[in-house]
Ligand binder design. Structure first.
Ligand code: F6P
Length: 320
């Protein structure tokens, strides 16, 4: 079998994907593999868009956001025909294995491919940090820092005008990022899909905050909870207080990865190749209690990461 590894970045980009790619390429080459970079996510695999990656191809990318391979969400991979074409493409390329850097969609693709006999290593990368089997995903710390810095700025204008702010944080289905942003930015409330919000209680507490002399109140609001604008007008009507919305959006997904993200990405990339070389396959590479860990992809896709609802209580007490 050819010593040839495929590498793909897929789904929403996350800062640190490039650092992981660099680690895979450089360690793979050191172990004697040639590395085929598949462009534009799984769409590139179906469209035969590949490049040969050398150690020099990944020079100067450890500090850059996004992914030099480009990425995308490939809906064809959810069809039987698309999946069969991708398997054929992998076989035609004579890949000994495929390393997939991405979030839950990438994990689902990895699961199906592995069940069809392709040797897969998934690397957890997503700003949402919503993958079972890893305490942290690549990109999460960077997005967290961007959002916290943004709220620090929003706090200035909120305080000056004595307004309530709803700050919308990314996370289509989960509130892991929102909860940590809320805690780190000293927000008064978090609203996440994992926990029900008692609107009457929230309104009461917002009013009490004002009475206690609070000059600003910031609600970290997860994208997955629905329109932040609709929510804001509801709050404005019910409190009679001035409310503004700031949806942070894609700014959270770009920019230079933090040192923590780069370290995580480098460790994940290195370990994915190392373990593959030692005979591991069909595993998700993540981090558990500070150490790089692996679990079967099939387990990672079948379980939901647990939301730590203690954050809610801590934040409530500290924002008093
Ligand atoms: O999964 C990462 C993420 O950034 C989510 O937080 C967000 O809801 C989604 O991707 C946006 O996806 P797209 O880039 O396809 O608009």
């Amino acid at each position: 079998m050819a010593k040839r590894l495929g590498i793909i970045t897929s789904g929403g980009d996350a800062p640190g994907m490039n650092a992981a790619l660099r680690a895979v390429v450089r360690h793979g080459i050191a172990l004697g593999y040639s590395i085929i970079g598949i462009k534009r996510g799984f769409k590139g695999l179906l469209d035969n868009e590949y490049i040969n990656l050398t150690a020099r191809s990944v020079s100067g990318i450890i500090n850059s956001g996004g992914t030099i391979l480009h990425t995308g969400r490939c809906f064809e991979m959810k069809t039987k025909a698309g999946m069969n074409r991708s398997i054929k493409a992998i076989k035609d390329l004579e890949l000994s294995g495929l390393i997939i850097i991405g979030g839950d969609g990438s994990l689902a693709a990895g699961d199906i491919l592995s069940k069809k006999g392709i040797k897969i290593m998934n690397i957890a990368a997503s700003i949402d940090n919503d993958i079972y089997g890893t305490d942290e995903t690549i990109g999460y710390d960077t997005a967290l820092n961007i959002a916290v810095e943004s709220i620090d700025k929003i706090r200035d204008t909120a305080t000056s005008h004595e307004r309530i702010f709803i700050v919308e944080i990314m996370g289509r289905e989960h509130g892991f990022l929102t909860a940590d942003v809320g805690l780190a930015a000293g927000c008064e409330f978090i609203i996440v899909p994992e926990m029900e919000t008692d609107l009457r209680k929230l309104v009461k507490e917002l009013k009490e905050g004002k009475e206690k002399g609070k000059t600003s109140e910031i609600i970290a609001y997860a994208e997955g909870c629905g329109s932040s604008y609709t929510f804001a007008s509801k709050i404005e009507k019910l409190t009679g207080l001035e409310v503004r919305v700031s949806a942070l959006g894609y700014i959270q997904r770009g920019g230079r990865p933090t040192a923590r993200t780069r370290i995580l990405a480098s460790r994940f990339g290195y370990m994915a190749v190392d373990l593959f070389h030692k005979g591991e396959k069909n595993k998700l590479v993540g981090i558990t209690k500070g150490a790089v860990s692996v679990i079967p992809i099939s387990l990672a896709v079948s379980k939901e990461k647990k939301f730590n609802d203690k954050t809610f209580k801590v934040l409530k007490t500290l924002s008093g």
